[in-house]
Ligand binder design. Structure first.
Ligand code: NAD
Ligand code: MG
Length: 395
């Protein structure tokens, strides 16, 4: 039987890698593609939809619908636009759905797919950070499966296969340290967007690349680990590993540690999720350990990378704090990318937003539904935008 698939965020870095794997596995001959979504790059979206003969292509941007329609003319693929159309595309039955939209915008379509009991390959870590307990409860209630696609979480998932979860003592996720790993605080203050985007090991979207430079990405991933696997925060560690060869390690009660190694190529984690529970041959480079020669590890510096401390705070508070943290981080990132605030101001802004919100609302309250998450997300964005404006004026 032909498997059906959908890719949310098809035109991004993870989306392109997913598309590549689907093509290599036979493309439209081997898979029935239901929905592909993107935002501004509608030409590319239409090209992908034609190649996979998708049922529907959706752009997040309603202003680009005419361009998308034109690019799809005669292809047989429907065109649609806007966030609601993206959510509706997630209602269309598909055996496997890739969630690779960047940011909190990925939450609603992922949740919709889970409500239909689907298998969701989850690259969108923001879903777990903003609404982890809701996401897992929804999956459970509808018999859906969530497969982690973040490289570290795929690595933990693989290291846990066949193991007794009660025997796990610790989980260690690695961080490359990004382009600023060894930069002193003073230099970090003046870091530019171009410098922050230049990740040493991974090729990723601009936003996650900058989040890697600030270690906000690792902060999100600590929370993601806590929410997805349910481990106690004290059991979860992050270690800097500049070579990005070891992605995560799981330590057991008997002192053994299982490590997952692989090249810095997201097609491994995506391919694992695509073929799970089987392993299929994947077009990733094979490691030459003698050539790599050494694998090094160092403790992350909490002073230069305050994002990790803030994330720990969120892991402790839980409730709505993850949604507030992520939303504030997205606004901080927007402002940094627009040249309105400095690199280190991002952490300052997130911290100030959380402080402001915790005096207005109880961030520790559990979300009773998606509305609670979306409400706090909105509130945090509003507060963060006000605080960013103050910061800009006082620069
Ligand atoms: P990207 O910026 O390259 O692509 C993002 C995709 O989302 C694009 O298709 C874009 O059109 C779409 N998009 C952007 N804003 C949208 C909106 N408001 N509504 C609907 N669609 C929107 O991002 P990426 O690097 O591919 O990352 C995607 C997700 O995967 C993120 O959550 C990221 O944290 C996660 N992730 C990425 C990598 C990586 O190597 N790139 C690794 C691990 C996890
Ligand atoms: Mg990762």
């Amino acid at each position: 039987m032909t498997r059906s698939i959908s890719i949310f965020g098809a035109t991004g870095s993870i989306g392109e890698s997913t598309f590549d794997l689907i093509l290599r596995a036979g493309g439209a001959e081997a898979f029935r593609t239901v929905a592909l979504t993107g935002s501004s790059n509608v030409r590319r979206l239409a090209e992908m939809a034609r190649a996979l003969r998708a049922e529907i292509a959706v752009t997040a941007d309603p202003a680009r619908l005419p361009e998308l329609r034109e690019a799809l003319a005669g292809s047989g693929t429907e065109a649609a636009a806007g966030p609601e159309a993206i959510a509706e595309a997630a209602d269309r039955p598909a055996d496997w759905t890739m969630s690779a939209i960047v940011g909190a915008a990925g939450l609603v379509p992922g949740m919709r797919a889970l409500r239909h009991g689907r298998t969701l390959a989850l690259a969108n870590k923001e879903s777990l950070v903003t609404a982890g307990p809701l996401l897992l409860a929804t999956a459970k209630a509808h018999g859906a499966t969530i497969l982690p696609v973040d490289s570290e979480h795929s690595a933990v998932f693989q290291a846990l296969t066949g193991e007794d979860i009660a025997a796990v003592e610790r989980v260690i996720i690695t961080a490359s340290g990004g382009p600023f790993r060894d930069w002193p605080l003073e230099r970090l203050r003046a870091a530019t967007v171009a410098e922050a985007k230049a990740h040493p090991n991974w090729s990723m979207g601009a936003r996650i690349s900058i989040d890697s430079a600030s270690m906000f990405n690792k902060g999100l991933e600590l929370i993601e680990t806590r929410e997805f696997f349910g481990f106690d925060p004290d059991m979860i560690e992050a270690v800097v590993h500049p070579q990005s060869i070891v992605h995560a390690l799981v330590g057991f009660h008997d002192g053994a540690i299982m490590a997952h190694l692989g090249p810095a190529d997201m097609r491994h984690a995506i391919g694992y999720a695509l073929n799970w529970p089987d392993r299929a041959a994947l077009p990733v480079a094979r490691l030459d350990l003698a050539q790599i020669a050494s694998l090094t590890f160092q403790a992350p510096d909490p002073e230069r990378f305050p994002a990790l401390r803030l994330a720990r705070e969120v892991m402790r508070i839980r409730g709505l704090s993850g949604a507030a943290f992520n939303a504030a981080k997205e606004i901080a990132l927007d402002n940094f990318m627009a040249g309105r605030i400095g690199f280190l101001d991002m952490a300052g802004l997130v911290e100030a937003t959380l402080a402001r919100l915790s005096s207005d609302t109880s961030l520790g309250n559990a979300a009773t539904g998606l509305e609670d998450v979306l409400h706090i997300d909105h509130l945090a964005r509003t507060r963060a935008a006000e605080l960013a404006e103050d910061m800009r004026q006082n620069r």
